[in-house]
Ligand binder design. Structure first.
Ligand code: PAF
Length: 287
């Protein structure tokens, strides 16, 4: 069956109402389009968990700052639909900005709080307020049983999960592992902007995470030093932040932290800003 493309909220609500009437379980995969294999992994997981899979494709102006790449952000609806067709996606929600924000940038926002102003939020002021606002709107519009996100955007995952708890939203968040190129580069819609030299340098982010992981048994300082030394060796890579956070609070850990932790890295590679993250385990066992 061809994918039903709903451009309006009411068109999508007709689709979801019909599905609900037959007892179907609904999954929502929110995206900004320019779909790559990372998105497709979310869709495949969604199809395992639900009867009706909805992919939303909306480049959300609210999460871009004035100096950011909103205009440059890739838009490729026809190609996106062609990639989704073989996966059994029944519906795509592709609203215009006016459909989503009929009065312009709405004044009502979900605020991401302190963690929302750190790391990505420090470089991109109000970014996560924009993300949480659009995600809560999409959840209200589609009312899915499950919503899926990629682990590559670890801070986004943390904040969305916390919003779901804090606002008692009746949805399960499912997180899918980062999909990587053969050399480790995390898939991202922005990778297409990298030229050959930048593409080669961009693997520095995942190499830094690997170095961090293999230094974890020597403690936090060794983790940071190992990752930094990889990144400093890459031309074209300008580090924005490298930090290790507690997955429970998403606040930076200090040298006394033991157990699971997440290494976050963001860097500008040429003019393209990339992020990545990896899990580590910090122990007492420093040699
Ligand atoms: O991760 C993204 O692509 C976006 O932040 C999201 C979740 C679709 C909200 O616009």
């Amino acid at each position: 069956m061809p994918i039903a493309v709903a451009e309006t909220i009411s068109a999508l609500r007709t689709i979801t109402a019909d599905a609900r009437a037959t007892g179907s379980r609904i999954a929502l995969v929110p995206t900004m389009g320019a779909l790559h294999d990372g998105h497709l992994a979310l869709v495949r997981r969604a199809a395992e968990m639900a009867d009706l899979v909805i992919v939303s494709i909306f480049v959300n102006p609210l999460q871009f700052g004035p100096a950011e790449d909103l205009e440059r952000y890739p838009r490729s609806l026809a190609e996106d639909l062609a990639r989704l067709e073989p996966l059994g996606v029944q519906a795509v929600f592709a609203p215009t900005a006016t459909e989503m924000y009929p009065t312009g940038a709405s004044d009502t926002r979900v605020t991401a709080g302190r963690v929302g102003s750190l790391y990505e939020g420090h470089t991109r002021a109000n970014h996560f307020d924009g993300v949480l606002t659009v995600v809560s709107k999409l959840l209200n519009i589609a009312q899915p049983d499950v919503v899926l996100f990629g682990q590559k955007d670890a801070q986004q995952v943390f904040l969305v999960k916390r919003m779901i708890v804090d606002l008692n939203l009746p949805v399960i968040a499912e997180v899918v592992q980062t999909v990587r190129e053969d050399d480790g580069l995390a898939l991202s819609s922005r990778n297409r902007f990298l030229d050959t030299n930048e593409r080669r340098a961009a693997r520095g982010l995942s190499l830094a995470l690997e170095a961090a992981e293999s230094s974890a048994d020597r403690g936090l300082e060794a983790v940071l030093a190992a990752a930094q030394s990889v990144l400093m060796g890459e031309h074209f890579v300008e580090l924005d932040y490298l930090t290790v956070v507690d997955p429970e609070s998403f606040l930076p850990v200090d040298g006394t932290h033991r157990g699971r932790a997440v290494v976050l890295v963001a860097a500008r590679v040429g003019t393209t800003r990339l992020i990545d993250n990896g899990a580590i385990y910090l122990t007492d066992n420093h040699s």
